[in-house]
Design a protein around this ligand. Structure first.
Ligand code: IPM
Ligand code: MG
Length: 355
């Protein structure tokens, strides 16, 4: 298993270090893993003048999977747009063809009080958001900021576009995931206004014929945003486009109380994947050993499951996390009075011990 390790910016290096400790346990026991480090985002701009430099491209293309911390920081916000850390993230997604972004929102029973919603609304919550990641208004051309030749006014513009093959392949991924879960799929669109998503709905409905066991529903994105807060447990798997998925996955993450707990996987056609926490680089707490490494550790578990078919090892890591939470250990972001507050590295150490 050749794993590219991109620590990135902000808290990235701290949280990735803890995930590597966890993977080292498996390596020492004989799992054949090889780690190759490379920079991405601001870190890469500092070293190579580009957020996704040639060196990193080569390392990632040669790897079977990529483990990523986070990118971005205020010191990079004034760079030219193509050089900003976020562009590095978009570039690696596109370069590796990572079109399927899986973002689970799972509530650990121990953290039911950490949610801003009533415990009975979120208890037992287990949603999987499947977000299309390489199309839509994120990549559609033309795009830009220009002076309109007719009006003389400046304007910003982007293009929302999905091809049939792009919709089909993400729909298949979502149906296949639903088949392994509670067999309910909700496709989220804005078909009442946007042709792109009217088309999305038509194609998803067609793909559904191949999965007669899955109950498919459709929901407008504004309603979905509301239903996620009103009654989130009505959802099993949600499939949606890039921009709606970006927004709804942040919303869903907070149902669970802390974005510091949520892992993600971004997969291509051949199961190569990039695994990263759903949260950002948290520059305000970077370097202070305060960050919650659990999302990154759970991302490493997803990597074992989805890219390497190591289900037992993935479950073992997830169980170790549950055990440590059940024993009352909390990083600052999920701390409640009466619990034992620990640092980022202590949390990593506890999870390694629990394994
Ligand atoms: C995410 C992030 C990224 C996105 C940004 C950092 C480019 O918000 O992974 O959800 O919009 O996709
Ligand atoms: Mg986002």
């Amino acid at each position: 298993m050749k794993i590219a390790v991109l620590a990135g910016d902000g808290i990235g290096p701290e949280i990735v270090a803890q995930a590597l400790r966890v993977l080292e346990v498996l390596k020492k026991e004989g799992m054949a893993m090889e780690f190759v480090e490379a920079p991405l985002g601001g870190q890469a701009y500092d070293a190579y003048g580009h957020p996704y430099p040639e060196f990193t491209q080569q390392v990632c293309r040669a790897a079977d999977a990529v483990l990523l911390g986070a990118v971005g920081g205020p010191q990079y916000d004034t760079l030219d747009r193509p050089l900003r850390p976020e562009r590095g993230l978009l570039a690696i997604r596109k370069d590796l063809g990572l079109f399927a972004n899986l973002r689970p929102a799972v509530l650990y029973p121990e953290l039911a009080n950490a949610s801003t919603l009533k415990p009975e609304v979120v208890a037992g919550l287990d949603i999987m958001i499947v977000r299309e990641l390489t199309g839509d208004v994120y990549f559609g051309q033309p795009r830009g900021i220009r002076v309109n030749p007719e009006t003389g006014q400046r304007e910003g513009f982007n293009t929302m576009i999905y091809s049939e093959s792009e919709v089909r392949r993400i729909a298949h991924v979502a149906f296949q995931i639903a088949m392994k879960r509670r067999k309910k799929l909700c496709s989220v669109d804005k078909a009442n206004v946007l042709e792109t998503t009217e088309f999305w709905r038509e194609i998803v409905t067609d793909v559904a014929k191949e999965y007669p066991e899955v109950e498919l529903t459709h929901m407008y994105v504004d309603n979905a945003a509301m239903q996620l807060i009103r009654n989130p447990k009505q959802f099993d798997v949600i499939v949606t486009g890039n921009i709606f998925g970006d927004i709804l996955s942040d919303e869903a993450s907070m149902l669970t109380g802390s974005i510091g707990m949520l892992a993600s996987a971004s997969l291509n056609e051949s199961k190569k994947g990039l695994y990263e926490p759903s949260h950002g680089s948290a520059p305000d707490i970077a370097g202070k050993n305060l960050a919650n490494p659990i999302a990154t550790i759970l991302s490493a578990a997803m990597m074992l499951r989805y890219s390497f078919d190591q289900e037992a090892a993935a479950t073992r890591i997830e169980n170790a996390v549950k055990k440590v939470l059940a024993a009352g250990y909390r990083t600052a972001d999920i701390y409640e009075p009466g619990m034992k507050k620990v640092s980022c590295s202590e949390m990593g150490e506890l999870i390694v011990a629990a394994m």
